[in-house]
Design a protein around this ligand. Structure first.
Ligand code: ADP
Length: 418
């Protein structure tokens, strides 16, 4: 292993892993702190759920992940957080980054959440989402991590003991050598972190190159783009055309949808015209085991290796509100997640070998029920949605509710011929 990564949430880990594969590293995503030998790969991404937990817990999870990655041979550690710098009042970006620096016996790390392809840019240390400052982008109202200050120097300074400098646009624009010089100057003048301006992918690639010798790099998945090249330039990573190769898929195809986002509802609508679709009604049957049984009875005789079946609990907002009003918001989510997780296990037992799950929480529930510990990352079906393979060869595509075009449930399986 060359690059060891620690991601503070699950879909962020997948996004980072897909980026590393795109830039030529064979990558495996491990779910939670690894407790055994790490899988064979150029990069390993440990997916934690540490973004909004108490800071001390985030620190101990991240250090445990770091130790496992170092034991597995990692030559550089990447700490991945959200491109909107999502953090609570207590951190957790700063405390985790500072603890990792100490563990790596290093005195300096860069911090750059920029992700220009998704409209996240940093200028004079201020984070923009599209044309809006972070604090006017909607993120100021986020339920768990409201971001009310767009000045990342201030935000990070408040989270760390060390001081924070800036590598401004002009320096970044001048390229890797200029960035490296400025980071050295900041480190020598006692700064522990630097926010780096970045407006384009060229900037991110130059920043990655400048960080080749850093034990710790922190940022969004964008800044990881430049890291694979460093390992190639050092003769450690061969040119790989097969970084996204997965073991051959087998078995029949299915989609499980638990997301109620607009994109997923539209994807179900398109699928309805082309493939068998079952829409579960948790309002009529508010019982997880009974819902799962309905779905598994329905799939009898319908499974195929040629086209997917779609099983959806997804519903428009009025139906979701009705169930929440009857049994409570958390219980409604938990009920549907439990039902779909049980369906996932039943489908795999019935020979499904290629499964797409729509919804972040729904994916977490399904992966937990299936006992999946790691995912080898394959080709991307849509931006941020790769096919992956579990240890047992099951192909899984886990998509955040809002991702993918309208025909995703059909096109996802087209290149995936068993
Ligand atoms: P997204 O990625 O779109 O946020 P999630 O899976 O993370 O999707 O969240 C959707 C939540 O909605 C899950 O907790 C799921 O169990 C719940 N849910 C799905 N269908 C229904 C429904 N018909 N009524 C109430 N809640 C539902």
């Amino acid at each position: 292993m060359l690059l060891g990564c620690i991601a503070d949430d699950f879909t962020g880990a997948t996004d980072l892993a897909a980026t590393l594969v795109r830039y030529g590293m064979r990558t495996v995503q491990v779910i939670g702190v690894p407790d055994g030998p790490l899988p064979e790969a150029d990069a390993v991404v440990v997916a934690l759920k540490s973004r909004t937990v108490p800071a001390s817990e985030a620190v101990s999870l991240s250090l445990a992940a770091c130790d496992a990655l170092l034991a597995g041979g990692a030559r550089q550690i990447f700490f991945k957080y959200c491109s909107t710098f999502d953090s609570t009042a207590a951190g957790n970006i700063g405390p985790v980054a500072e603890a990792l620096l100490r563990r790596l016996q290093s005195g300096f790390a860069l911090a750059c959440p920029a992700f220009p392809a998704n409209g996240r840019t940093v200028y004079q240390g201020h984070l923009f989402v599209g044309a809006a400052l972070l604090s006017e982008s909607g993120m100021q109202d986020h339920p768990l991590t409201p971001m009310r200050d767009p000045n990342l120097l201030r935000v990070l300074s408040a989270q760390v003991e060390g001081s924070v400098g800036l590598v401004p646009f002009n320096t970044v624009q001048a390229g890797a050598a200029a960035i490296r010089r400025e980071m050295t100057r900041l480190a020598e003048s006692g700064r522990r972190f630097a926010i780096l301006d970045a407006l384009t992918e060229e900037h991110l690639l130059a920043i990655g190159e400048a960080a080749a010798a850093h034990p710790l790099v922190t940022g969004g998945s964008g800044v990881a783009m430049g890291l694979p090249h460093n390992f190639r330039a050092a003769g450690l990573l061969p040119e790989r055309r097969d970084a996204a190769a997965l073991p051959a898929p087998h078995g029949s195809c299915a989609v499980l949808a638990g997301s109620c986002s607009r994109a997923t509802l539209a994807q179900i609508g398109v699928a309805r015209d082309h493939v068998p679709v079952l829409e579960l009604d948790p309002l009529a049957t508010p019982d997880a085991a009974a819902l799962a049984q309905q779905a598994l009875d329905w799939v009898e005789g319908r499974l195929s290796a040629e086209r997917p079946v779609v099983i959806a609990a997804s519903a428009p907002p009025d139906r979701v509100r009705a169930l929440q009003a009857r049994i409570g918001r958390e219980a409604a989510g938990a009920l549907v997640e439990a039902a779909l997780a049980e369906v996932a296990a039943g489908l795999v037992a019935r020979g499904v070998g290629r499964l797409m799950v729509a919804g972040g929480e729904t994916s977490g529930a399904a992966v937990g029920r299936l006992g999946v510990r790691s995912l080898r990352i394959g080709p991307e079906i849509a931006a941020g949605v790769p096919w992956t393979a579990t240890e047992s060869g099951l192909h899984l595509a886990l998509k955040s509710g809002n991702f993918g075009g309208r025909d995703l449930f059909l096109t996802a399986f087209e290149g995936e011929v068993a």
